[in-house]
Design a protein around this ligand. Structure first.
Ligand SMILES: *Cc1c(COP(=O)(O)O)cnc(C)c1O
Length: 360
């Protein structure tokens, strides 16, 4: 078996050690006589897995005690609706910084339930940067302030956490959770789909400060009310049990590797290698303003569509997969999440150098 280097934006690579451990335990977990997939979510065995998952995530992210961790379904996309439904409590107004396709989705959804003030946007710059903020535009009575910390499609990243004062900060961290150290207490809500840095698709993690839970809008369905999931430890209905188990293995793996700080160090190194090459290449270039370059998603172009497709095709033959850029950006995109080994990035750069010489 040859494992390829998969540069997919999501579902993305998982650590090989985790896959092997899961394979070992696939048919029988411990001495349970069954697979985790076959277990009742109310069984002692599964509850142990569940509690372990919460505990390790809490530890590696440094989540304070006044936050709840929820394991939900519906993807990050469902949070675009759950956040406003649960957080529009008083003014039914939020401030939002528009940085690309994923904040666009959040805007469209939140608008159905209240007012979205776009206080800054990088749309006029093709989303190649994080826009500057003018504090005088912040609404002091907003129910929340919304950002997307890492913009998977355009490859930009917030390099700081905006100070929103008393207004709770909500962040979509789908493509950067666990990739760098985050000070959780600066956020009111953090959410992330699992399929980029956590585990298989089908699980969404929500980390929410306790005082924000409660008093959702009247029409909020039971399943979309955070209270339902808080009260029932994410087991109001059947949770995505196997995904939770896989997430636990990934969290334990991160812990064993030295924690999120260590992940960040390696991620900075990996991204640095690639950007450094792109900045010195005569054929390829990064599409993002240097200050705001993502550590996780690296879009790049040659400037010629023909050359881009030739590159993608030849890369595929060499075992560098899913390098095609998002349809809205074109060119290429290398997603280099936690599970992408340094060697994968180094080998990609070697291949790019070779391609550059041959196609000069
Ligand atoms: C992938 C992604 C989403 C969508 O996640 P789903 O789980 O497919 O709904 C939302 N936001 C960001 C930043 C993403 O990268």
């Amino acid at each position: 078996m040859t494992r390829v280097y998969n540069f997919s934006a999501g579902p993305a690579m998982l650590p090989e050690a985790v896959l092997k451990k899961a394979a070992q335990e696939l048919v029988e977990y411990g001495n349970s006589g069954m697979s985790v997939m076959e277990m009742s979510h109310r069984s002692d065995e599964f509850l142990e897995i569940y509690n372990g998952t919460v505990a390790v995530l809490k530890e590696i992210m440094g989540i304070p005690d006044n936050y709840k961790i929820l394991f939900l379904q519906g993807g990050a996309s469902l949070q675009f609706a759950m956040v406003p439904m649960n957080l529009f409590k008083k003014s039914r107004k939020c401030d939002l910084v528009h940085t690309g396709a994923w904040t666009e989705r959040a805007i469209q959804e939140a608008k159905r339930y209240g007012t979205v003030n776009i206080i800054a946007s990088s749309e006029d710059k093709n989303f190649t940067c994080i826009p500057e903020l003018d504090r005088t535009k912040f609404s002091p009575d907003a129910d929340y302030f919304y950002i997307c910390t890492n913009n998977t499609i355009f490859g930009t990243r917030w390099t700081y956490v905006p100070d929103t004062g008393k207004v709770p900060l909500v962040s979509d961290m789908s493509s950067c959770i666990l990739s760098e150290v985050m000070d959780v207490k600066k956020f009111g809500v953090i959410f992330a789909g699992a399929q980029k840095n956590i585990g298989p698709a089908g699980l969404t993690i929500v980390i929410i400060r306790e005082d924000l839970i409660g008093s959702p809008m009247e029409m909020t369905p039971t399943m979309l009310d955070y209270r339902t999931h808080v009260k029932n430890d994410s087991m109001y209905n059947t949770p995505p049990t196997y995904c939770i188990y896989m997430a636990k293995l990934v969290f334990e793996h991160i812990k064993a590797m030295g924690g999120v700080g260590e992940m960040e160090k390696v991620n900075r190194y990996k991204a640095g290698l690639l950007y450094n090459y792109l900045d010195n290449s005569k054929m390829f270039r990064s599409t993002v303003v240097p200050e705001f370059r993502s550590l996780m998603n690296v879009p790049f172009v040659t400037g010629s569509d023909d050359l881009d497709s030739k590159f993608i095709k030849e890369a595929e033959k060499k075992g560098f997969l899913t390098l095609k850029g998002h349809r809205s950006v074109g060119g290429m995109r290398a997603s280099i999440y936690n599970a992408m080994p340094v060697e994968g990035v180094q080998k990609l750069i070697d291949f790019m150098k070779e391609f550059e010489v041959k196609n000069r």
